[in-house]
Design a binder for this molecule. Structure first.
Ligand code: ADP
Ligand code: MG
Length: 238
């Protein structure tokens, strides 16, 4: 399960309103991409969904339940950041195991999930290495592995590939898309990269200054951009 619903959600920092009242439904299993220019509120929106920031007003529902006041660790969501935030002194295995250890999952189950995630992410041969002995792409895979083993209702990605070089980025895009096909888990993916949005999304949410300019499939947006801003982002002339 992994339906996420925002009802009239707002967010202000002091006097500055970053997210005006916003309604959005993300269906279970959907790959949704938030796209928009730097500073438009993509990360803020993701952090509100994750519970890492409190909303100023409105309601967030996860699978039909009010999650507005549910703490991040209890929302059943896993966030993957661009800075991999791995523990440098721990092996890959221990890095992946860490959230399960915190959640009190027994060791046999931990090992089962680690083996399965490592297989899915081509990390089987790297489990005993430290993050410093891995490439950028491999480190990003470990970060994704650490999210997978929590078996979340949804994955939240905040520009996970922006630190990787262009060639690696293309490969990782495909890997994340494959992962989504295999797991069929809800994924919300934040990027300012139009190509990522167009190639990965089931549904694209185009944001400008905290407002949703348009929501639709890549083809919808390509053929029927609502305005010049959307057209500019999706790259078809209008
Ligand atoms: P994006 O991820 O699309 O680049 P952000 O969500 O990071 O945008 O930021 C949206 C706006 O909110 C920006 O104007 C940013 O300066 C502001 N903002 C984000 N976090 C904070 C914060 N903790 N305090 C004050 N302003 C913030
Ligand atoms: Mg951001």
């Amino acid at each position: 399960m992994g339906q996420i619903k925002l009802n009239q959600v707002t967010k202000s920092f002091g006097d500055v309103n970053v997210i005006p009242p916003l309604d959005l439904t993300i269906e279970d299993g959907e790959f949704t991409v938030f796209v928009g220019p730097s500073g438009c509120g993509k990360s803020t929106l993701l952090r509100l969904i994750a519970g890492l920031e409190d909303i100023s007003s409105g309601q967030i529902q996860i699978d039909g339940q009010d999650a507005t006041n549910v703490p991040p660790a209890k929302r059943g969501l896993a966030m993957v950041f661009q800075s991999y935030a791995l523990y440098p002194h721990m092996s890959v295995r221990k890095n992946i195991a860490f959230p399960m250890k915190m959640a009190g999952i027994d060791e046999a189950e931990q090992n089962r999930r680690i083996e399965s995630a490592a297989k899915a992410l081509n990390l089987t041969d790297y489990l005993d290495r430290r993050p410093g002995q891995l490439s950028g792409g491999q480190r990003q895979r470990v970060a994704i592995g650490r999210a997978i083993v929590r078996e979340p209702a949804a994955f939240l990605f905040d520009e996970p590939l922006s630190n990787l070089d262009a060639a690696l980025r293309v490969g990782m895009r495909l890997e994340i898309s494959e992962l989504h096909k295999r797991l069929k888990t809800t994924m919300i993916y934040v990027t300012h990269d139009q190509v990522e949005a167009m190639t990965m999304a089931d549904k694209i949410v185009v944001l400008r200054a905290g407002n949703i300019e348009q929501v639709g499939s890549p083809l919808d947006l390509y053929h029927n951009p609502r305005n010049e801003f959307v057209a500019g982002f999706i790259g078809s002339p209008k």
